[in-house]
Each structure stands twice: as structure tokens, then as C-alpha cells.
Design a binder for this molecule. Structure first.
Ligand SMILES: CC(C)(COP(=O)(O)OP(=O)(O)OC[C@H]1O[C@@H](n2cnc3c(N)ncnc32)[C@H](O)[C@@H]1OP(=O)(O)O)[C@@H](O)C(=O)NCCC(=O)NCCS
Length: 173
């Protein structure tokens, strides 16, 4: 499966992408509000890529985001068991942040999920301190639906989670 937008290609990860994936996921700033700890070994990246076989099956599927032939980040889709809704996640290499690529990639993925896969709803959540993530979701029209105080124990502390959602009926391509 390949999706394109003005500047980007969204495609399946390949085994050869593992070193790049491991490199940007090993950056402590990139991992700060994420579930993994650093470094993120190449072995873990190889395993993660090998596990991604069916994008439409329930569970997480990570897509590679490419710009000018190089992988610059990933967009994850967690399809619900009911196949009618999904959660989103996204991670971009520091050198490729601040250019609108993440918003463009996530927006293209949302369009794909609503238009091609017919989902009813897409959700996302982020650490309440992760302003750039919250801004990205707001830019794409996600509604902030809640704030769960000290809901997640991660990296030795309780963290607050912001909850976001977008309904197919509210989506403006
Ligand atoms: C969350 C994350 C993807 C957001 O990245 P980002 O760089 O802020 O988002 P974008 O790539 O969409 O870039 C948007 C910025 O580029 C700017 N920009 C520059 N050129 C642009 C262009 N041509 N088009 C659009 N925006 C452009 C925008 O103004 C915006 O900057 P601002 O927020 O200061 O206003 C990134 O911070 C990240 O990967 N963090 C680590 C992983 C993480 O925490 N993921 C989320 C877990 S919930």
C-alpha cells in the first residue's frame, strides 16, 4: 500500500529501513513522551518491521513516511477489533520536524482511513505536556475530548493524558 501527498510517500516499512527507524527512535527527545526507552536497538526495529504484515488487521501497524527517498518518520494506526475505528500515533526524526511533514502525513493517513477504509472514528492521545503533538491534532480538526489526570505510569512518573477524536462525519478533506 502506498499513499502520496504533496511532499511525502507513506508506505510499508522494509527490512532495510531498520537502522533509520532505530536511529530516530533512539533520540531521548523523540522518545520522551513515548512508551519505549532509549536506545531503541536495530534488532528491535527489525522485529517491529517483520511483525507488520497486514495493515487492515486489528492492532498496531506502523507505516514509514518518506521524503525525497529517505524515511523521516512513521505513522502508526491501531485498528480496533471492530474494524470501524482506530487510534493514531506518529514519530518524526528531529531533523524533519518543524516543516509540516507530520501534519501532512497524519492528515493523509486520516483521509485514507475515512475514505478508503470507511472508518467511523479516529482517536489519538498524548501526554499533556506534548504541545507539538496536541497542536498537530488540533490543526487536523481533531476535537479535544478529555484530560485524564495521572492516568499513565510511564518512565517513573504518573502522566496526564489528553484525549482527541475525529468523526468521519466531521472530517473535511
Ligand atoms: C509530535 C511531532 C510529530 C510533531 O512534529 P512537528 O514538527 O511539530 O509537526 P509538523 O511536522 O506538522 O510541523 C509543524 C510545524 O512546522 C511548521 N512549518 C514549517 N514549514 C511548514 C510548511 N511548509 N508547511 C506546514 N508547516 C510548516 C509549522 O508552522 C509548525 O510549526 P509550529 O508548531 O511552530 O507552528 C514531533 O514533535 C515528534 O515526532 N515528537 C516525538 C514523538 C512524539 O512525541 N509523538 C507523539 C506521541 S503522542
Amino acid at each position: 500500500m502506498i499513499l502520496t501527498s504533496a511532499r511525502l510517500t507513506i508506505r510499508l516499512f522494509r527490512a532495510a529501513d531498520a537502522p533509520t527507524l532505530a536511529d530516530y527512535r533512539s533520540d531521548p527527545e523523540v522518545a520522551r513522551y513515548q512508551g519505549w526507552s532509549t536506545p531503541f536497538p536495530v534488532d528491535a526495529a527489525v522485529k517491529m518491521i517483520a511483525e507488520m504484515t497486514d495493515p487492515t488487521a486489528p492492532g498496531w501497524f506502523q507505516y514509514a513516511v518518506e521524503h525525497n527517498g529517505a524515511v523521516i518518520g512513521d505513522v502508526g494506526v491501531n485498528t480496533h477489533e471492530n474494524l470501524m475505528q482506530a487510534d493514531l500515533a506518529y514519530t518524526f526524526a528531529p531533523a524533519h520536524q518543524g516543516h509540516g511533514y507530520a501534519t501532512e502525513a497524519v492528515g493523509r493517513m486520516v483521509q485514507h482511513l475515512f475514505t478508503d477504509r470507511g472508518l467511523h472514528r479516529v482517536s489519538a492521545e498524548c501526554d499533556a505536556r506534548n504541545e507539538r503533538s496536541a497542536k498537530l491534532l488540533a490543526r487536523l480538526g481533531f476535537r479535544q475530548e478529555g484530560l485524564r489526570l495521572q492516568h499513565t505510569w510511564i518512565k517513573g512518573e504518573w502522566t496526564d493524558d489528553l484525549l482527541f477524536g475525529l468523526l468521519a462525519a466531521d472530517f473535511e478533506p
